[in-house]
Design a protein around this ligand. Structure first.
Ligand SMILES: [Zn+2]
Ligand SMILES: [Zn+2]
Length: 136
């Protein structure tokens, strides 16, 4: 069983053809994608398919850790494949091509309290330029 299928199963989600197609599409693209970019090829494959259904499938894949949400300041939703397992990690995004990297060293884990607050979690995302884009 692929690690993706395991992640789906462990979260009680079915391995549907649509979910498999979405995962395959992300694997092929190797970059961040917007729901609309996923929708176009899915419509070709499955015929009638609403954008809300694409949104729901993307969110369920985020829930089980196969995809991750990527934040950009353009008011669009962006998603990317997350290769890491359950351990603590964050993502770096190439601002030129949308390639995703992962890193584990995170000093924020040490911060357990901020004056007047107990820290529960943190969100970190780095932006950068990947080695491939740096060459051009
Ligand atoms: Zn790049
Ligand atoms: Zn962290």
């Amino acid at each position: 069983m692929s690690p993706h299928c395991e992640k789906l199963r462990s979260h009680g989600l079915k391995i549907t053809p649509k979910r498999q197609a979405i995962i395959a599409f992300f694997e092929k693209a190797k970059r961040t994608l917007r729901p609309e970019e996923v929708w176009t090829p899915l419509k070709k494959k499955f015929g009638r398919l609403g954008l809300p259904s694409v949104y729901r499938n993307l969110e369920s894949l985020v829930e089980c850790g196969i995809l991750t949400r990527i934040h950009k300041f353009d008011n669009n939703r962006h998603y990317a494949l997350c290769h890491a397992s359950e351990h603590h990690h964050h993502h770096i995004v190439c601002v030129k091509c949308g390639k995703i990297g992962e890193f584990e060293s995170c000093r924020l884990e040490k911060i357990t309290a901020v004056e007047g607050f107990r820290v529960l979690k943190h969100f970190v995302q780095l932006e950068g330029v990947c080695a491939g884009c740096e060459k051009h």
